[in-house]
Design a binder for this molecule. Sequence first.
Ligand code: GDP
Ligand code: MG
Length: 176
Amino acid sequence: AFLLNLLSVFLQTILVGDSGVGKTSLLVQFDQGKFIPGSFSATVGIGFTNKVVTVDDVKVKLQIWDTAGQERFRSVTHAYYRDAHALLLLYDITSRTSFDNIRAWLTEIHEYAQSDVVIMLLGNKADMSSDRAIRRDEGERLAKEHSVPFMETSAKTGVNVELAFTAVAKDLKHRA
Ligand code: GDP
Ligand code: MG
């Protein structure tokens, strides 16, 4: 009954990471299966999107929140973290800065989020291999250090986008 209860509500899933890493694009790709080139407004996100992911015949409802204009540390409200069931933490594989900032994001997450929150690290813009600044194994090592799963994604080509959200849903289901 507990499992049924938890899975009957939309689980709060939040996209976090520096401005420009592709949070909005990732959500658009997952929701609409397309890439809309050009920058979305840095300060106006698309709010949230409800998606249902089926894991082993069980429907896991995700309410996915796109953060925007809150990317500076300490400005994503604490309530936002506290209510999160899952956090997708993104960096851009072409940006060393966005990767270096992951540690600070994780510190903040550990400070304010529930201790059992599901976290996944994503290295986005995997299609931009010629501009790559962060090797895949650097992402893997950082993820391992923090005991979180890791994937490289591309909001442009769609590679691993569905898989990333499905992995989060799977993890949520197992913890339900
Ligand atoms: P946000 O600030 O984290 O929401 O990032 P946006 O989704 O607005 O993306 C920032 C810029 O990166 C935009 O110009 C996007 O078109 C571009 N972008 C986002 N994801 C990808 C990706 O996977 N591949 C490529 N090549 N560009 C991307
Ligand atoms: Mg955005």
